[in-house]
Design a protein around this ligand. Structure first.
Ligand code: ATP
Ligand code: MG
Length: 589
C-alpha cells in the first residue's frame, strides 16, 4: 500500500503538553551545564546515579509513589520510592560488609526480578561498577565477560547458579563472592555462595552514599555483538545528565506517567531507560518478568494503564506477526506515546502502530557507546516513517566521509550518505572499551578528535531528519551501487506476507555483490516458489532492478541477538559456509 511520506502532528495528537514543544528554540537554549543544575548532586559534592534516581525522591514528594511494579506470572509486587531507598541501602551495606570497594565490579545474572534492580542501584550507592548480563547467557559468555571485567562479586539466582555458574566457578579467579536469590525466598546452602535474602535482612537500611564524582565509572555494558565480538563499553555516573535530558525530551516523561520499557537490563536500554531515566523523573515503571507473549503484552498495556511505552522493532514485528485481532481485544485509552529503539524501524511498523494502537511508533537511535538516546522522533514532531528523527537538544550530529588517509570531512549537502558522527561532549559518551584502548581510539576523528564515529551509515534530509542506511559492515556494493539493507528490508516488509526480512550481499564475480534477502512469513502464509516470484517482483517494482534482491530465501525466523537485532553477519556466514564467529549473544543459541 502506498502511504503518505509524513505523519503530521496536530494538537489533537498531544494529550499532555510535550516537554519538547519548540525544537529549534529548545536546542538553542540548551546547555549540559543547565541540565547538571537540575540534578541534585551529592550533599557533600559529587554526583551519584543512586542519589539522583532514588534518594532525592525518597526524601521528597515521590516517597510514596510506586517506583516499580513487577509483574510475575500471576503476581504483582510494588516497590515505592521510599522503600527502594531502604532496600538499595541494605544492598549497599551488604557489599560494604563483604569488603567490596569503590570501583570494583559486580556482575548480575538474573531475569527481571526486583533483586536485580535493587542490586544495580545499591551498587551505585557503594560506588561499585555494575555489569548486567543476559540471564539466558550460557557458561562461556558468562565466563568471558566476568573475566574480562575482573568481576569481584556476582549476584544471580540459585537456579541459574546451579545451571550455569557452578561448573565454571573455578574458571572465575577474580570472583570473591556469589550472592544467590533463592526461588522461594531463601537459597539453599550451596558451598561458596551466600544467601542474599539473609544478608539483606541483617543489613541496616540506611547508607551514606560513597562519594562518587561525575567521571567515576558506574556501568560496564557489553555491546549486542551484532557485528562481531561484543565490546565492553565503560560508562560514568555523570551519564545521568543525559538520562535526565533524554527522559524528558525523547521519552517525554511526565511525573504521573505509567511507563513500560520492555528491554532487559542485559542490554543497555534496559538500564538507561528501564531503570535510570524513569526513576529520575519520578514515574512508575512496569517491569514484566515474563518473556514476550503478544496476548500478555496487550493485556499489560491495557490493564496497567501504560501511558509511555518504549520497545523495540523486533517486538513490534512479533506483534505484527501475531495479527491485529489480539490487539483489538483491549483498548488503550491511557497510552499516549510509543517509542522504539535498537534497529531500523520499518515504515510499515510506524503505520501499524497508528492503525492498531491509534499512535504511530516513534523511532529513536542510539548505541551502547552513546549511553543514551541521541536522535529521536518526539511527540510534537511530524514523523517521516523510516527516519530515526532529529538530534536531541545537546546533541550535534553530522554525516562525515573519510578520505584515503582516514581524514574526515563533514558532508554538508542533504540526502548524501556517509558515516553518522556525533560531536563529543554529551555526558553519557563511553569513556573507553574495556581492555581495548586501540579500538576506542579508532572511534574518534577530526580536529582534536572531536567527532565520535558511530560505524553506522546514514543520510540527513533538507529538514534535518536522519535516515539510517545500514551498518558500515552491512552495506552491499553491487554494480557500482551502494545498497543499504534497511531500504530493501523495508520494501519487502510492505508485502502482506512478510513478517521480517534480513538482507545481505553475496559475492559475485560480475557485479561485486548481489542482494540476497531472507524473509520469515506472517501467520497464514506458506513458503512457495510462487510467493518467492511474487516477492521478487514486488521488490523490483518498489526498488528498481539495481537494488532489488536477486534471490530470496525463506526461514521460519531470522537469527537475532538477545537484544533483538537481526544478525546479518550470521545470515551471510551461513549462506557462504563461513565460520559463524562470536555467537555468544545469539538468541536461542
Ligand atoms: P556490536 O557493536 O557488538 O556489533 P550493536 O551495535 O548491535 O552490537 P548496540 O549498541 O546494542 O550493539 O546497538 C547499537 C546499534 O543498533 C547502532 O549502532 C545501530 O546500528 C543500531 N540501531 C539502534 N537504534 C537504531 C535505529 N533506530 N535505527 C537503526 N539502527 C539502529
Ligand atoms: Mg555497535
Amino acid at each position: 500500500m502506498d502511504r503518505p511520506t509524513i505523519i503530521r502532528k496536530t494538537a489533537a495528537d498531544l494529550r499532555v503538553p510535550p516537554n519538547l514543544a519548540d525544537y529549534a528554540a529548545t536546542r538553542a537554549a540548551f546547555s549540559w551545564g543547565a541540565v547538571r543544575a537540575e540534578l541534585a548532586g551529592l550533599p557533600g559534592g559529587g554526583l551519584n546515579i543512586a542519589h539522583e534516581t532514588v534518594e532525592r525522591h525518597a526524601q521528597g514528594v515521590c516517597r510514596d509513589r510506586i517506583a516499580f511494579r513487577f509483574l510475575g506470572a500471576n503476581t504483582s509486587r510494588d516497590i515505592r520510592y521510599g522503600e527502594l531507598s531502604h532496600l538499595t541501602s541494605r544492598f549497599a551495606n551488604v557489599l560494604k560488609s563483604l569488603g567490596i570497594a569503590k570501583g570494583e565490579r559486580l556482575f548480575l545474572l538474573s531475569g527481571r526480578i526486583p533483586e536485580l534492580y535493587i542490586a544495580v542501584l545499591g551498587s551505585f550507592k557503594n560506588g561499585t561498577v555494575v555489569s548486567p548480563l543476559f540471564s539466558a547467557f550460557g557458561p562461556e559468555p558468562i565466563a568471558t565477560r566476568v573475566n574480562l571485567g575482573e568481576g569481584a562479586i556476582l549476584v544471580t539466582t540459585e537456579l541459574l547458579y546451579e545451571r550455569k555458574v557452578a561448573k565454571i566457578r573455578d574458571q572465575l579467579p577474580t570472583l570473591r563472592h556469589v550472592l544467590l536469590v533463592g526461588e522461594g525466598g531463601q537459597a539453599t546452602n550451596i558451598p561458596g555462595t551466600l544467601d542474599l535474602g539473609t544478608l539483606m535482612t541483617q543489613a541496616a537500611d540506611d547508607f551514606a552514599i560513597v562519594p562518587t564524582q561525575a567521571e567515576d565509572l558506574s556501568l560496564l555494558h557489553f555491546t549486542s555483538g551484532t557485528t562481531g565480538t561484543p565490546k565492553g563499553a565503560m560508562h560514568v555516573h555523570g551519564a545521568v545528565a543525559t538520562h535526565w535530558a533524554t527522559g524528558k525530551y525523547a521519552l517525554d516523561l511526565h511525573a504521573d506517567d505509567i511507563y513500560w520499557c520492555t528491554a532487559d537490563p542485559g542490554w543497555v536500554t534496559g538500564t538507561s531507560y528501564g531503570i535510570i531515566a524513569p526513576l529520575l523523573h519520578g514515574v512508575t515503571s512496569i517491569v514484566d518478568e515474563a518473556d514476550f507473549d503478544a496476548e500478555r503484552w496487550y493485556r499489560i498495556l491495557a490493564e496497567q494503564k501504560v501511558s509511555v511505552w518504549y520497545t523495540a522493532p523486533t517486538a513490534i514485528r512479533m506483534l505484527m506477526k501475531a495479527g491485529a485481532e489480539i490487539a483489538r481485544k483491549h483498548s488503550y485509552p491511557d497510552l499516549r506515546f510509543v517509542a522504539s529503539v535498537g534497529e531500523p524501524l520499518n515504515p510499515e511498523a510506524v503505520w501499524w502502530g497508528k492503525e492498531v494502537l491509534g499512535l504511530p511508533i516513534h523511532d529513536n537511535w542510539w548505541q551502547t557507546e552513546t549511553g543514551g538516546i541521541m536522535i529521536a522522533n518526539t511527540p510534537a514532531f511530524d514523523i517521516k516513517p523510516g527516519s530515526m528523527g532529529r538530534p536531541l537538544p545537546g546533541i550535534e550530529a553530522a554525516i562525515v566521509k573519510k578520505d584515503a588517509e582516514d581524514k574526515v570531512s563533514l558532508v554538508e549537502t542533504a540526502d548524501t550518505e556517509g558515516e553518522l558522527a556525533l560531536k563529543r561532549g554529551w555526558p553519557s559518551m563511553l569513556r573507553g572499551y574495556l581492555h581495548n584502548e586501540e579500538r576506542y581510539r579508532k572511534c574518534f576523528a577530526g580536529p582534536d578528535n572531536e567527532w565520535y564515529l558511530t560505524g553506522d551509515l546514514a543520510r540527513r534530509d533538507a529538514d534535518g531528519y536522519y535516515w539510517f542506511v545500514g551498518r558500515a559492515d552491512d552495506v552491499i556494493k553491487s554494480a557500482g551501487h551502494l545498497i543499504g539493507p534497511f531500504e530493501v528490508e523495508s520494501a519487502l516488509m510492505e508485502h502482506p506476507a512478510v513478517a521480517e526480512a534480513g538482507v545481505i550481499g553475496k559475492p559475485d564475480e560480475m557485479v561485486g555483490e548481489v542482494v540476497k534477502a531472507f524473509v520469515s512469513l506472517k501467520k497464514g502464509f506458506e513458503a512457495s516458489d510462487a510467493l518467492r516470484m511474487e516477492l521478487l517482483g514486488h521488490a523490483r517494482k518498489k526498488l528498481g532492478a539495481a537494488v532489488a534482491p536477486k534471490e530470496i530465501g525463506f526461514l521460519p525466523s531470522l537469527p537475532r541477538t538477545r537484544s533483538g537485532k537481526i544478525m546479518r553477519r550470521l545470515l551471510k556466514a551461513r549462506e557462504l559456509g563461513l565460520p559463524e564467529g562470536d555467537t555468544s549473544t545469539l538468541e536461542n543459541a
